[in-house]
Design a protein around this ligand. Structure first.
Ligand SMILES: NC(=O)c1ccc[n+]([C@@H]2O[C@H](COP(=O)([O-])OP(=O)(O)OC[C@H]3O[C@@H](n4cnc5c(N)ncnc54)[C@H](O)[C@@H]3O)[C@@H](O)[C@H]2O)c1
Ligand SMILES: O=C(O)C(=O)C[C@]1(C(=O)O)C=C[C@@H](O)C=C1
Length: 290
C-alpha cells in the first residue's frame, strides 16, 4: 500500500519532548512530505527541534500557529494537560482537522477529550515505546518501528480513524484497537505498576541509606540498575499518569503488595517449597517473554 501517512498535509505536534520529537523525526526519516509544525511552552525545545530538522516551524503561542494549514494535531504533553490544551485549541481548528494524542492513559480521559473536541474527530493513540529520558534532545527516529501501538477510537468516523492509523503504520508501528477502559487496566498492570515499583524501590534504598548512614547507592550491580532504569523517568510525566489512571494503579499496587507479602511469609516461615514454587512460576513466565 502507498505510504501516504494518512494523507495529512500539515501536522501540529503539541509538546516537543521525547515522544513528540521522536514522532517528528520518524515522519521526516520515513519521507513524510507534508509540513510538521511544533508547539511547546519551552522555547529551548523549539530551538532544538528546528536544529534537528524535526519540524519546519515552531511556536510557543497558539495564536501564531498557521491553523489553516493544519489537518492533524497530536497532543504529546503530560496527560493532565490534555483537557486544558483541547479547550484552548478548539476555537482555532478547521472543521475537518483531526485531533489525536500519544498519552499513556486513555479511559475517562479520552471520553473527556472526545466531548470537549466534538464535532471534531478525536482519535486516542498510545505508542508502546519509550525510554526513561525526556525532551526532544533524547528523541529517537526509529522509536516506533515495529513497536505496538494502541488506538482507542470513539465515534463513528471510520475514515478519519483509519487515516490516523495509516500515519502510524507508515512509520512502522504495529497497530491494534482496544477499548479505552480496558487499555487503562492493561497498561496499569504492564507499565504503570512497574514504574511505581521502580520509583518505590529506589525510595526504599534512600530510606535504608538514611537509617544506617551507609550510602547504599555506591554498591549497586547490574541487577539493581536493570530493575530501576525506569525510575530515572520524568517525574512530571509519571505523576500525571499515576493520577489520571488512579483506580487501576491502586488496584494493581494492592495485588503487587499481596504477592510481596506471599513471598515475605514464605521466607519468614523458611517454606522452601513455597519459595521455589513462587520463583519458578515467575521465572517461567518471564522466560516466555523472550
Ligand atoms: N516517555 C515515554 O516512554 C512515553 C511512551 C509513550 C507515551 N508517552 C506519553 O507521551 C506524552 C509525552 O511524554 P514525553 O516522554 O515526550 O515527555 P517529555 O517531558 O519528554 O515532553 C513533554 C513536552 O511537553 C511540553 N509541555 C508540557 N506542558 C505543556 C503545555 N501545557 N503546552 C505545551 N507544551 C507543554 C514540555 O515542555 C516538553 O517539551 C505523555 O503524555 C506520555 O504519557 C510517553
Ligand atoms: O522503556 C521505557 O523506558 C518505558 O517506560 C516505555 C513505556 C513502558 O512502560 O513500556 C512507558 C510508558 C509508555 O506509555 C509506553 C512505554
Amino acid at each position: 500500500m502507498e505510504r501516504d501517512f494518512g494523507g495529512f498535509k500539515g501536522i501540529l505536534i503539541i509538546g516537543l519532548g521525547l515522544i513528540g520529537g521522536s514522532l517528528a523525526l520518524s515522519l521526516k526519516k520515513e519521507g513524510y512530505k507534508g509540513k510538521i509544525y511544533g508547539y511547546d511552552l519551552n522555547e529551548s525545545r523549539i530551538k532544538k527541534a528546528l536544529e534537528l530538522n524535526a519540524i519546519d516551524e515552531g511556536f510557543n503561542r497558539l495564536e501564531n500557529v498557521p491553523w489553516n494549514d493544519i489537518d492533524l494535531v497530536i497532543l504529546s504533553t503530560p496527560v493532565k494537560t490534555f483537557a486544558d490544551i483541547a479547550n484552548k485549541i478548539k476555537p482555532f481548528l478547521k472543521d475537518d482537522t483531526v485531533v489525536s494524542d500519544v498519552g499513556s492513559v486513555k479511559g475517562d480521559l479520552v471520553v473527556k477529550l472526545y466531548e470537549i473536541l466534538k464535532p471534531h474527530v478525536f482519535v486516542g493513540v498510545h505508542p508502546i515505546a519509550g525510554t526513561e529520558k525526556e525532551g526532544i534532545e533524547n528523541a529517537v527516529a526509529d522509536l516506533f518501528k515495529n513497536a505496538r501501538l494502541i488506538l482507542t477510537p470513539l465515534g463513528e468516523d471510520k475514515e478519519k480513524i483509519e487515516k490516523v492509523e495509516k500515519l502510524w503504520k507508515d512509520i512502522g508501528s504495529k497497530t491494534e484497537v482496544m477499548d479505552p477502559h480496558l487499555h487503562d487496566f492493561v497498561f496499569a498492570s504492564v507499565s504503570h505498576l512497574p514504574h511505581a515499583i521502580a520509583f518505590a524501590l529506589v525510595d526504599s534504598l534512600i530510606t535504608l541509606s538514611k537509617e544506617t548512614g551507609i550510602d547504599l547507592f555506591k554498591y549497586p550491580g547490574g541487577g539493581f540498575k536493570d530493575f530501576t532504569r525506569i525510575a530515572a523517568s520524568s517525574p512530571t510525566i509519571w505523576k500525571d499518569i499515576f493520577l489520571e489512571n488512579k483506580e487501576n494503579i491502586l488496584h494493581t499496587i494492592d495485588v503487587f503488595l499481596n504477592s510481596l507479602e506471599k513471598l515475605k511469609d514464605a521466607i519468614k516461615e523458611e517454606d522452601e517449597k513455597k519459595i521455589l514454587e513462587i520463583l519458578s512460576e515467575s521465572r517461567e513466565k518471564r522466560l516466555s517473554l523472550g
